[in-house]
Design a protein around this ligand. Structure first.
Ligand code: C2E
Ligand code: SIN
Ligand code: SIN
Ligand code: FE
Length: 476
């Protein structure tokens, strides 16, 4: 056994673990947190590398999304296999001095990565409910092999790490719950007023562009994102004959329309926001305020309006001016809209924000969307290979993940990368015939199901427009 480290080193190690623990508790992004844990565990325990496996309770598997310097996106193994699995099953630390002599060690991974594992220290990650949620594995002690003292270090370290991982997972669940609630809320308005969904989405992107350029923190960006999604939610209180009027509003009707801003405030004031998000009601409801105090609903002046609120005003008006889907007016060109923003500098708008917006060309957002849409689109495909037809019948399936660039569908057959598909997409309005190339074919879980990613090829401009169109209408 290696000789016991001196007190100085023990004190240093405990201090290091406490320091890391603070950083871990602050990291809410699960992937970044896992990276941090592995990095720090590797440092403190003087190992060459490390990895974390987490338990997937649904599939009874262990998965790892990080492997330092090794490019493996996600590894999945049965939860009782290998050294990681043993630590999970036995809840004990496993200290292996010579990996190649241990039957639990899987040499295949070394073969794949070209790395030579000498020794391993692996400890279970146990949460506060005394459940094993995964294991932390360290490879190759820099000097010799892992000793008893290292075992006590990994125990202390893993206890902190398990709590941090659980926190991050809870936080992520909370955030998902929160986002799906927001989505439900905004979809109630989208169902009545087709233009709001696209409007709010684009306002968010302009506003986030500005916020990013002005150095906002991640949390401040989140406030902007949510506030933009909800800024017009008060329009649910506006009657259809006003809300959906294709022509010009009478002064009476305009007043009713303007009441949406104070309604937004009322609705959001009734929601609970965690500390970092408390500004959302103010930011969302102040988008019609002007810095000279002549706006509505409260006539707030520059000093009473947060920077985020002033960003929202610029983003909202620019979007409204250039929007192509307003039934009561034609879209302006970016130049015309910019001229209006320029005119409003110092009275309506914060001049600094307008300048950043224009000088950095932050209005150049991609109008098409590349993220997932909730609608399910049925489709059929035929595999084409050297002009020979492989299938004699089109294969029917569906996608819930489509953009003007490509789509993803689940398949029971594995489609080779590079295969060319003839596709017929049954879009809400019409069928679209396109060609695509298989660019991804990932096994999904343990069943024989594949996620097939297809990139469209030679899409005509018209087809692209049709595909862009479905995103503007159907999606928040
Ligand atoms: P919106 O269409 O999203 O417009 C947001 C804001 O952009 C407007 O706030 C206004 O500040 C600016 N804006 C929109 N169009 C123009 C324009 O042609 N010229 C200029 N200079 N600014 C423009 P506002 O005025 O408080 O309007 C709030 C909402 O009231 C609008 O949201 C829209 O939903 C509705 N609305 C306004 N005018 C009309 C109208 O003539 N007909 C109908 N049907 N709705 C209107
Ligand atoms: C991870 O990102 O790998 C952990 C979060 C989870 O999927 O539970
Ligand atoms: C979040 O931070 O996105 C959700 C927490 C909340 O409910 O405010
Ligand atoms: Fe508004």
């Amino acid at each position: 056994m290696a000789k016991k480290p001196d007190n100085q080193k023990q004190i240093k190690d405990v201090a290091a673990i406490l320091e890391v623990s603070k950083a871990m508790m602050a990291e809410k992004d699960p992937d970044r947190l896992l990276n941090l844990i592995v990095d720090k565990a590797t440092q403190v325990l003087e190992a060459e590398r490390g990895s974390i496996f987490l338990v997937d309770f649904d599939t009874k598997e262990l998965y790892s999304r990080i492997a330092q310097d090794v490019e493996i996106a996600e590894i999945r193994i049965p939860w009782d296999k290998g050294i990681a699995g043993s630590a999970v099953q036995t809840r004990k630390i496993i200290n292996i001095k010579d990996a190649y002599q241990d039957p639990r060690f899987n040499k295949e991974i070394d073969k794949k990565t070209g790395y030579r594992t000498r020794n391993i220290l692996c400890g279970p990650l146990i949460n506060h409910k005394d459940e094993v949620i995964g294991s932390l594995q360290l490879l190759n002690k820099k000097d010799g092999s892992f000793n008893d003292y290292d075992e006590s270090l990994i125990t202390a370290f893993s206890a902190q790490a398990a709590v941090a991982i659980e926190n991050a997972q809870l936080y992520q669940e909370l955030e998902l719950t929160f986002k799906s609630f927001l989505k439900t809320l905004s979809s109630t308005l989208d169902a009545r007023d087709q233009t709001t969904a696209g409007h709010s989405e684009r306002v968010a992107r302009y506003a986030l562009n500005i916020a990013r350029a002005m150095g906002f923190s991640e949390e401040e960006m989140k406030v902007i994102d949510y506030a933009a999604a909800l800024h017009d939610i008060g329009k649910i209180a506006v009657r259809d004959d006003v809300l959906l009027k294709p022509g010009k509003l009478t002064p009476e009707e305009y007043k009713k329309m303007q009441s949406h801003a104070v309604k937004t405030k009322e609705i959001l004031d009734n929601m609970f926001f965690s500390r970092g998000l408390r500004a959302i009601p103010h930011v969302a409801s102040s988008h019609h305020e002007k810095i000279d105090g002549s706006g509505y609903p409260y006539g707030l002046k520059e000093s009473q309006l947060s920077k985020a609120a002033r960003i929202m005003a610029v983003a909202d008006v620019y979007e409204a001016l250039t929007a192509a889907d307003r039934p009561y007016k034609k879209a302006m060109t970016p130049e015309q809209a910019i001229a209006i923003l320029e005119q409003g500098k110092g009275t309506h708008f914060d001049a600094e924000i307008v300048d950043v917006f224009i000088k950095k060309r932050l209005y150049k957002i991609e109008r098409r969307k590349f993220f997932r849409m909730d609608a399910t689109i049925p489709l059929e495909y035929l595999v084409q290979s050297d002009k020979k037809q492989v299938d004699d019948q089109p294969v029917k399936t569906e996608t819930t993940n489509i953009s003007p660039v490509g789509l993803i569908f689940s398949s029971q057959r594995s489609l080779a990368l590079g295969m060319i598909l003839e596709l017929v997409l049954h879009l809400p309005e019409k069928d679209l015939k396109v060609r695509g190339k298989v660019i991804r074919n990932d096994p999904k879980g343990s069943q024989h199901i594949y996620q097939v990613g297809v990139e469209f090829i030679n899409l005509a401009a018209k087809q692209r427009d049709v595909l862009s169109g479905i995103f503007l209408v159907d999606h928040v």
